[in-house]
Design a binder for this molecule. Sequence first.
Ligand SMILES: *[C@@H]1O[C@H](CO)[C@@H](O)[C@H](O)[C@H]1NC(C)=O
Ligand SMILES: *[C@@H]1O[C@H](CO)[C@@H](O)[C@H](O)[C@H]1NC(C)=O
Ligand SMILES: *[C@@H]1O[C@H](CO)[C@@H](O)[C@H](O)[C@H]1NC(C)=O
Length: 513
Amino acid sequence: GVGRKAAALLASPPRASRLTARPFFSVAPAGCLVRELIDLMGTGRRVTRLVLHLLLVPQLTELDLSRCPKLVSKTIAEMVAHRCKNLSLLYLQGCSRIPSDALVDLIESLPGLKKLGLSETQCNTQVLSAIGSTCQYLCELDVSDCKRLSPESLFHLAYDVTAGSFSCQALQVLSVGGLESSARSQNLVRALAFVLLALPSLRFLENEFVSEAVYEIFRQQFKGAQIAPGFPSLEELVQRRMAMRTDKASSRLTLPLKELLEVDESSLPIVCTVCPHLTKATVLLDDGSALSPAFSSWHALSNLTLDCGRPRQLRELLSVTAIIGTQMQSLSIDGFVVKDESSFHVLLGHCPNLRKFSASIFLSLSCQSQKSTDWGAAFVPPRFSHLTEFTLSLSSLHTSTPSQPAPGLRANLTSVLKNSPGLESLVLLYLPFCLDGVFEKVLEPRGTALVHLRHLSLLQCKVSSSTIHLLLAADNQLDSIHLDKCPDIYRRDYDELLRRVSKEGFDLHIEWQ
Ligand SMILES: *[C@@H]1O[C@H](CO)[C@@H](O)[C@H](O)[C@H]1NC(C)=O
Ligand SMILES: *[C@@H]1O[C@H](CO)[C@@H](O)[C@H](O)[C@H]1NC(C)=O
Ligand SMILES: *[C@@H]1O[C@H](CO)[C@@H](O)[C@H](O)[C@H]1NC(C)=O
């Protein structure tokens, strides 16, 4: 593809004369090729100002300068504005040398922009205002960590006071992290509510306080909320949204958000009511006694991250996964405690459609493996046909207790590895049992387990070098193995592995310390 062509071109040093001598600027996909060239050279720090001057051609439709931010001066910004009027994507993350007024001029010359990245730049209220009045097709905007922005700046993105009209109505993704340099402010929550109400296409608003803004929208008690003069009030925005809704029968205002990054468990019922279409969420669990029943009404949710503030029993989660487990594509759980081993097994059994699973679990097994509740008789080990990434960290809840052998978990891990034919990435951390037997069972001759495995990371796990040799000999796609702090791998084993890799010509990177 194009990437290969660009790479071949770069195999010799990119002298400007060579580049200009080639006729490829005039061919149709030149814009694409130029973008890849800048990407490639940016990574290798080979872009010089001269190269940039030569690469900024009118055919460009996508330009990513975030890899060489130091080179991007006011002059370069002016040159982009002057020459590359056809851009639909422009990434300037970290290009903090461009003054605000040059950013305004640049934006005003790019009416076709669909994606714009301005995080960590001198972007200020005037820049947002220019975006609002110029970029009517904009779908994605990143203005996080811009020190010159205040919560009030956001009004100007969504509403053009001079024209008296709404702007950026196609915007779907807006990142405004880092606006809250001080603590949470009522102004910020209000500005977020304004944006949520004024931008009808918004699917993802990235900021720590979005769920609070959703809460305000639910309560609709905006009395006394001061919006700067010239802007519609929050009440007016609610009325406009109610008039725009397609389902006139429903009396409730809902938002089309698809992702929410930080939801407190206590606000979950309200978030689910206002944002019924969420597909991806991170929920921070508090110390409540039972998991919120609101989880069960979350029909569109496919990607869920759960973080426990304090350790909670994994068993509690089973009532949730029993209902929404089959719709899970990605599940990440952090901070749960396993007291009886069967809960892990039941949890996985509830989620056969997972693509990505990540768990950081504490073990606190009782001496006698207690008889578990019957969650489903005659449990057949599920086949995880879609699973590509599996990460498991198991540590003791109390560092003083000796590690527990956990034979059930060991059997369950073996079963997952055997029954996930598409697995590409496997990361295991601090497992309390030896992995040699696990891999021996999984890699039995003529099996199809792990044939797609690319990345293996075993941090502080008991595994011997003969098992790693077994993996090298097996049929798979391994290109990186990390064995840091594995107590049974010694320097001589590592050297031996490296020798084998080089002797057999494997394209494989092994790390060990
Ligand atoms: C701008 O892009 C459009 C399609 O994206 C293309 O048809 C047009 O030729 C381009 N203009 C220039 C000057 O490259
Ligand atoms: C959910 O996770 C899967 C697997 O990682 C990913 O392919 C998919 O794009 C994610 N969906 C959303 C809405 O982020
Ligand atoms: C998983 O472990 C449980 C014990 O905790 C055991 O009953 C079950 O058979 C195991 N499942 C598989 C597939 O190994």
